[in-house]
Design a protein around this ligand. Structure first.
Ligand SMILES: [Zn+2]
Length: 777
């Protein structure tokens, strides 16, 4: 081999091999968890595992910072190979003169090597390793990425690392929005982090910054006017606390996305205002020992969460569970699912918007629902039952619809929290027997509003319109949509439900209702769980869904903790904060006009005297016809019921009569003085078999009763109950054909029966007879 070549190779080897074997600077430090609003502003952050504020996800060095930094630290950064021989020689000379290392002569690249090596003490040996590592860095990385490494990892004093964390801590804003004066200060800090503290250091820092600013002007990066303004800016005195605009959301991401930078969908202005609203209501609630409240606001169209207040952020509620994030917490639903059932039954055609539903004392095995005010109306329209949130009609409706079918529907609309079987929940599902979260609830209402809007605009349903709230900004996905031929709820059923919810009852007993009167168009519902533990309020406009919860995180119930008094006022303040447009249009294509009985709200039958046309779901055409109007036969003076057996047929007058069941009638006529009871049967005539005079309140036909044994091992008793149109009539009870007793006025009797099938027969003094078969398990 040529001797010259050997020498060249040897010499290059002497340089290249050490460079190649030198440590390659890498950064493997843990990051803080950073949560940003949709506009990139900082909502909050959680410190990295090593106790440093080091923000992840840096991809760009802001221009002002780069110019300031390079002017201050390394003017030839883009031209040198990682080391600057001129400054090294100068530094070496200075150090020899001083007898110690006073100056590093470091380039940015060398500083990157030094930081990644853990800032070891400055020795000549370390210096050589640094130089070799720098050369290696330059060999494998672009200038831009080296600059980025520096920006992301430079120490800024205390436990602040990297420009972004420093920008937030020293200026209260993102590094992208720094002024020239701020960028200059931050360019100086990594080499003298101790300067940002109150005291005389301030002056040194200001002098250095001003010098740098003048140099920036000299190099024509800034003009003289900018310089003059920049020189006037104050220098930071001390690090500021980081913003904490959504602390529960920051915790949420700290658990799920630790060390990541999350760009959320949160609107920071709305978030701040909503937090203020929650906190101001929380002060009042706390007086009644209701210590926690939360809200979620979702944009219907995009599904984006705009506001996420996991709990009040008041200092005084902190010791009372204020740290608990309520949004994903599972809580009893109270009445908040009733609108979904109403919509489901409109959709299926099981009822029409104003069909009468029984509202009478009702008992099921182990379960006796009561209305909130403990009264009964006998019968109410389905719409009224919904807007007044009556419990018994809701249970009757669920019984008709079937709990299993309803559970399936809840899951199809997006509730993920009902994991048990229909048998487990039973009919109490509609009164709060199951649990859901503010997250799911808000998501489902938003999906329904989205489906309705879509149908109004496109006359189509898409599977993708049902989805959970979106919390993290997503890339514009152009995923293909799947048309839904069998939607869980039709547009018309949602629209009819929202119409009913717009008329939500404002109970006279509640004070402060004038407060709500200024609210814009809103479909809303409140819910209160058993034992006054949870107050819910949910409201939707075509644009937004607002969900609110109030209560105690530890589950303690409080008198007066109702959806209407604790949660609704917060919801209305939030509604007023949002801009709202026009109300939902009518989804005409999905609506049909149906002729209904004016009195019962059922589809009009041939005997209904007064009818009217109302908008309803198409399946409503298959709904039952009015069962309450019957033709009865009266004598000429209309004072007695007669039959052709006891009265001259040509003199009989046939009249359509509105007849409720005996139990409904008993309560209905108390609230409806216009209700006309049937005229008595004429002496010597038999009562019509078509019009029952009695019915069973408990048990119901075909029911299966599980009877627990008491402490002594005896079976506990079953209390049977019957309603009679004329309670003063005597009733004779028979169990399995054996006489067991007589009742008058209050038709209740205790019966004892062993396992197996039984028949309860009841006969009144006029010989009217009803029977009911049931099974004891
Ligand atoms: Zn009718």
């Amino acid at each position: 081999m040529n001797r010259k070549l050997k020498i060249i190779l040897a010499v290059s080897g002497v340089i290249i091999i050490p460079v190649l074997v030198s440590p390659k600077p890498v950064f493997r430090m843990p990051f803080s968890t950073v949560v940003e609003a949709s506009d990139g502003s900082l909502l909050g952050a959680r410190i990295a595992d090593d106790g440093q504020w080091r923000f992840p996800g840096f991809s760009m060095v802001p221009d002002k910072f780069e110019k300031s930094l390079l002017t201050f630290e390394d003017r030839y950064f883009y031209f040198h190979p990682g080391i600057n021989p001129v400054s090294i020689v100068r530094a070496l000379a200075n150090n020899i003169k001083a007898g110690d290392i006073v100056s590093g002569g470091s380039t940015i690249t060398m500083q990157v090597a030094r930081i990644s090596g853990g800032n070891k003490p400055r020795t000549y040996g370390e210096k050589i390793v640094e130089i070799l590592s720098s050369l290696k860095l330059e060999l494998f990385h672009s200038k831009k990425s080296i600059l980025l490494m520096y920006t992301a990892n430079a120490p800024f004093g205390g436990n602040t690392v990297g420009l972004e964390a420093a920008a937030w801590r020293y200026t209260g804003k993102s590094s992208a929005s720094l002024t020239w004066a701020e960028a200059a200060v931050l360019a100086i800090l990594p080499n003298s982090p101790g300067l940002v503290f109150p005291g005389k250091n301030q002056e040194i820092l200001k002098n250095r910054r001003d010098n740098l600013l003048r140099q920036l002007c000299k190099r024509k990066y800034i003009d003289s006017l900018t310089l003059a303004l920049a020189l006037d800016e104050p220098v930071p005195v001390e690090p500021k606390p980081l913003p904490s605009k959504a602390p529960h959301l920051s915790d949420y991401f700290y658990i799920r996305n630790k060390g990541e930078r999350i760009r959320t969908t949160i609107d920071q202005t709305l978030q701040e205002r909503a937090t203020e609203i929650i906190n101001s209501h929380q002060k009042d609630l706390s007086e009644n020992h209701i210590f926690n409240s939360a809200c979620l606001i979702e944009d219907v169209k995009s599904g984006n969460v705009l506001v996420y207040v996991g709990n009040s952020t008041l200092e005084e509620t902190r010791v009372h569970g204020g740290d608990v994030n309520i949004v994903p917490a599972l809580r009893s639903t109270g009445s908040i699912l009733k609108p979904i059932l109403y919509a489901a039954m409109q959709h299926s055609g099981d009822i029409l918007p104003n069909s009468l539903v029984a509202d009478v004392p009702t008992r099921f095995p182990g379960f006796s629902p009561k209305n909130f005010d403990q009264t009964y109306s006998g019968a109410v329209t389905a719409g009224t039952a919904l807007s007044q949130s009556l419990n018994i009609p809701a249970v009757k409706m669920l019984q008709k619809y079937n709990p299993e079918r309803f559970l399936d529907l809840l899951r199809r609309t997006g509730f993920n929290t009902f994991g048990k079987s229909a048998d487990y929940y039973g009919l109490s599902l509609i009164l709060g027997g199951g649990e859901t979260s503010l997250w799911d609830l808000t998501g489902v209402y938003a999906s329904l509003s989205r489906v309705l809007n879509r149908y109004i605009n496109e006359k189509k349903y898409y599977k993708e319109d049902y989805h959970s709230p979106i919390l993290v900004t997503q890339e514009n996905s152009t995923k293909e949509k799947t048309e839904e031929s069998d939607p869980p709820l039709s547009a018309s059923s949602i629209w009819l439900t929202y119409e009913a919810l717009q008329k939500v009852n404002r109970p006279l007993s509640e004070t402060g209702w004038q407060y709500f009167s200024s609210a814009p168009d809103l479909a809303w519902k409140t819910g209160t769980s058993y034992g006054f533990r949870d107050g819910w309020a949910i409201g939707t406009t075509p644009e937004y869904v607002i969900g609110v919860w109030a209560g105690n995180a530890d589950g303690e119930g409080r008198p007066g903790l109702t959806g209407i008094s604790a949660a609704a006022p917060i919801m209305f303040d939030l509604v007023n904060m949002m801009r709202t447009g026009p109300w939902f249009s009518i989804p005409y294509e999905d609506i049909t006009m149906i002729r209904v009985c004016s009195k019962s709200g059922f589809r009009a039958g041939p005997d209904c005297p007064e009818t009217t046309e109302i908008p309803a779901c198409i399946n409503g055409l298959r709904s039952e016809t009015c069962p309450y109007h019957k033709i009865i036969h009266l004598n000429e003076s209309k004072t007695f019921q007669v039959t052709s057996d006891c009265y001259s047929p040509e003199d009989i007058i046939n009249v359509p009569w509105f007849i409720l069941s005996p139990s409904m009638e008993y309560f209905y006529r108390q609230k409806h003085p216009e209700y006309k009871s049937l005229p008595p049967v004429a002496p010597g005539c038999m009562a019509s078999k078509n019009i029952p005079v009695m019915d069973f309140i408990y048990p119901e036909e075909g029911i299966k009763i599980f009877i627990p044994r008491d402490q002594t091992g005896l079976l506990t008793k079953v209390v049977a109950e019957v309603a009679h149109r004329n309670p003063s009539k005597k009733i004779f009870w028979h169990l399995d054909e054996i006489y067991t007793g007589t009742t008058r006025f209050v038709h209740q009797i205790e019966i004892v029966a062993g396992p197996g099938k039984h028949v309860l027969t009841v006969v009144d003094e006029d010989g009217n007879r009803i029977r009911c078969g049931f099974t004891i398990q």
